[in-house]
Structures are given as structure tokens and as C-alpha cells.
Design a protein around this ligand. Structure first.
Ligand code: GLU
Length: 461
């Protein structure tokens, strides 16, 4: 079998980190089976369409190194890959359903549908279309169409039919067709709804495996029916567990900044660390490893071993994973990433090679580099606590006379502190604040060695 997986995002805003986790699974599965990973843009909901969102999706996928093999930009054998450019196809397949009696025209007005919904709500009934237009005769329909009345096309779902969704992760899930709404499949604007678009495209694009979030599971019985109506073989489906908020309540919501991919890009997370974390919250490495490369994930991963339990998103754990990646990254590589990330960092490898060993154990993200090591490049202008002028000038006098090495500075400082009966801790803290502006930072005397005598003394002045 030629494995073909796909991600089908709607261009409605900045991609959610949950989308990347789905992409990761789709991408890994395709790579594992030497198949293809496809990106299709589902832009049929014109109300939610956001200009530029498609570009952002490409950028996000590239950032993670998960580019698709076929997409609207690079094209492919099943182009176009943007649903708004495939309207003729949906029209053709809707006609087939109409001809076979699996769909019908509906002319109900918005007002009527609103009233129906209100009545259902008042009677504590589930909101569903009451099938009024199903009763129209062929002639009545023809007349209304000739009159040019606005209409939609709905799916005709037989009652009391058992529908089984075969899911690779959750097993067989059973639904009763009586609870399935006569869903609109074609809107009055000529655009299909998600259900028709997704089934037609997954079929025509020869998708073999549909991996998507569990929130889509209630839609899948409708898709099972559509595949049946068309007489098509249904791709394998797996509904991935949703990523929950840290407190375990609800899907990781947009309220949290870190639901958006942009958050990770802006704060300087490493894409490979984020992918490692995302895979590890739903899957266990056979050797119990927590850190592994994407290549290793692809090698060992088995879709049926994805947990069906929804994981919580633990940002602290991700920080820990990210800091591990920073610590273990070859120095030249880390320099490259830092320079690409933060334009304030001067491109001087020899200086960076002195600073990095002092800070790399202490940062979780690339953005923390500047907050911790910015003082090497810029004099501080803000000081975290008031300076103690007498100690600072005493420090300057002491350091002026010492040799510029860690041990010589330490000995001189201790001697002075003893003589004056000051606390060593206070003395060092004043030195740190005067030179770096902050109360915490990398090892101090090692940092002063890198900063140099002249610069240190000028800051103390
Ligand atoms: N357009 C849907 C979305 O925005 C696709 C869902 C699916 O994968 O079937 O996620």
C-alpha cells in the first residue's frame, strides 16, 4: 500500500500547537512507511477565513522541519490542494448523492430554522433538522429551483441504523444513525461543508490514513455514511487524544499563549525539543527514553501504541526538555541558533565561546540567553536593588589592584571583607548588581574574567 497521510487545517488564525502534534503523527507515519504526507487547505468556511493564515501554516511546518510532500504551493498529482479551488468536484459529488436519494434540497429559511431550534430547546430536544424538505415532491423541488430560491443540500440519513467507526486507537465506536443530523453538505453559496469536502478530498487524493484530533470523532459516522453512499473504501482512521490544559480541564485553549506555535518561536524553544515533548506525552519510547530524535521516533513509533488518554500540557516539563537540548547541543550549533534567534547578540564566535559555558546550564530557552548574558555586551541601566555605594567603591579599589584571574580576585575580596567585618555574601551581591544589574546570573568571577578588567572597573565607577 502506498501510504498517504494528510493534515487539513482551516486557515483561521495562528496554528495551534495541537495541530503540530497531529502533523507530527501524520508526518512520522508517512515517513515510517515511505509514504507521502499531504497538506490540504480547508478554506470552505468563508466566515472564519483569515487572510495570511495559510502562509503562517507553511512557515510553522517549515520551522518544525515537517514540510509536506504535496501542498497548494508545491502542488502534486492531486492538485489543487485548496478546497476553494475544487468547488466543481464537490458539486459533482453532491449531484450523485441527490440522484441516489442520499441527499436532498432544503429551502428552509434562516428564520424557520431559528424558530425550530428555539422550539427544540424549549422542549429539551437535541437540535436537529426536522426533515421538512425531505417531504417535498420532485416537482415541488424542481419548481423551487426554477424560481431560484436559495437552498442548501442536506444528507439524507436513514433512522435506526448502526454505524461503526473503526478507530486504530479507540477500537470500534458505535453510533445510532437516529442521532445524526441531516447535515448540510452544500451551502447556499456553493461551498461544501467540512463533511462533504473532507470525504471527497480524502478519497480523490487517495489518502490511506486519517489521523486527526478526537474532537472530530462525532463527525466520523457521517463520513462513514458518505463513504458508503459513494461506494468508496474508507481510509483507516485514528482519532488522536486531545492535549488538555495543565489542570486537566478542557482542551489546551487559546486563552493560554502557549497554545499557539508563535509562542514557541518567539521565546526561542528549539523545534526538535518541542517535537520530542509532543511525541512523548502520547507515546513511550520502547527503551523508556525521554530524549530522542525525530528520526528515532519515526523508527520506533507505532500508531496503535498512542495512548487513548488525553495528556496534559506541562510547560515546565517542556522547559526541562528544551534546556536539556540546549545543554547537549554542540557549541557551534548553539551559536548558530542564538545568532539566528536574537539580533542583539554580536556575531563574534570567540566571545560567545567564552560566555556559553557560563550560561548554558542555566537557560531553558534561547530568549533567556540575553536576559542572563546581555550584560556581557551592554552596561546595565536598571539595577534590581539599590546600590550600597560604600561597598561598591571599596570593590573598585580592591579589584583595581588585583591580577585579573578568578583566584586572585577571590583572595583580594575575602581579605577586604574580613578586614571590614562585612558579609562575603553582601559584598558579592553588590558586585553582581553593579556589574550585571541583576541579583542572579552566571558564575560571577568567571563572568568578570570574560568581561575584562577595564569594563568591570568602569561599571563599578
Ligand atoms: N479542516 C479540519 C480542521 O480544521 C480538518 C479535520 C480533519 O482532519 O478531518 O482541523
Amino acid at each position: 500500500m502506498n501510504v498517504r497521510t494528510r493534515i487539513a487545517p482551516s486557515p483561521t488564525g495562528f496554528p495551534h500547537i495541537g495541530t503540530i502534534y497531529q502533523v507530527l503523527i501524520d508526518y512520522a507515519y508517512a515517513r515510517k512507511h515511505t509514504g507521502k504526507f499531504i497538506l490540504r487547505i480547508e478554506d470552505t468556511d468563508r466566515m472564519r477565513f483569515v487572510e495570511g493564515a495559510e502562509e503562517v501554516i507553511y512557515k510553522a511546518l517549515s520551522w518544525f522541519g515537517l514540510d509536506a510532500d504535496e501542498d497548494p504551493r508545491v502542488g502534486g498529482p492531486f492538485a489543487p490542494y485548496r478546497q476553494s479551488e475544487r468547488l466543481d468536484m464537490y458539486k459533482k459529488y453532491a449531484e450523485i448523492l441527490l440522484t441516489n436519494g442520499h441527499a436532498y434540497h432544503c429551502f428552509c429559511t434562516r428564520e424557520r430554522l431559528e424558530q425550530m431550534r428555539k422550539d427544540q430547546e424549549a422542549n429539551h430536544q437535541a437540535p436537529m433538522y426536522d426533515k421538512l424538505c425531505l417531504k417535498l415532491s420532485k416537482d415541488e423541488v424542481r419548481k423551487k429551483l426554477e424560481e431560484g430560491l436559495p437552498h442548501v443540500i442536506r444528507m439524507n440519513v436513514a433512522e435506526h441504523e448502526k454505524i461503526i467507526v473503526h478507530d486504530l486507537i479507540s477500537g470500534d465506536v458505535e453510533f445510532d444513525s437516529s442521532v445524526i443530523d441531516h447535515q448540510v453538505i452544500m451551502k447556499s453559496d456553493g461551498f461544501p461543508t467540512y463533511h462533504l469536502g473532507v470525504v471527497v478530498d480524502d478519497h480523490l487524493m487517495e489518502i490511506t490514513h486519517v489521523f486527526r484530533g478526537k474532537e472530530w470523532l462525532p463527525s466520523t459516522p457521517k463520513h462513514v455514511l458518505l463513504y458508503k453512499y459513494f461506494g468508496w473504501e474508507m481510509p483507516v482512521h485514528a482519532h488522536l487524544p486531545l492535549i488538555l490544559n495543565e489542570d486537566g480541564k478542557g482542551k489546551l485553549s487559546k486563552r493560554h499563549g502557549h497554545a499557539s506555535v508563535e509562542y514557541y518561536q518567539k521565546l526561542g524553544y528549539l523545534p526538535e525539543a518541542v517535537l520530542n515533548y509532543l511525541s512523548n506525552i502520547v507515546w513511550n519510547h520502547p527503551e523508556g527514553k525521554e530524549m530522542y530524535t525525530l528520526k528515532e521516533f519515526i523508527k520506533y513509533f507505532d500508531i496503535t501504541q498512542i495512548t487513548s488518554q488525553a495528556p496534559r500540557f506541562d510547560l515546565k516539563k517542556l522547559d526541562w526538555v528544551n534546556s536539556h537540548y540546549i545543554k547537549s547541543m554542540p557549541e557551534e550549533e548553539l551559536i548558530k541558533r542564538l545568532l539566528a534567534f536574537d539580533s542583539r547578540i554580536p556575531n563574534d564566535h570567540s566571545v560567545l565561546k567564552k560566555i556559553i559555558p557560563l550560561v548554558k546550564e542555566r537557560i531553558h530557552t534561547l530568549s533567556e540567553f540575553w536576559s542572563l548574558a546581555g550584560f556581557f555586551y551592554e552596561k546595565p541601566s536598571v539595577f534590581e536593588t539599590p546600590k550600597m555605594a560604600d561597598m561598591v567603591s571599596a570593590l573598585k579599589n580592591v579589584l583595581e589592584k588585583t591580577k585579573w584571574s578568578h583566584d586572585a580576585m577571590e583572595a583580594a575580596i575575602r581579605e577586604k571583607v574580613e578586614k571590614e567585618n562585612w558579609k562575603v555574601k553582601d559584598f558579592f551581591m553588590q558586585l553582581r548588581i553593579a556589574v550585571t544589574g541583576k541579583t542572579v546570573g552566571p558564575p560571577l568571577l568567571e563572568s568578570l574574567v570574560v568581561l575584562g578588567k577595564e569594563e568591570t572597573l568602569s561599571r563599578l565607577s
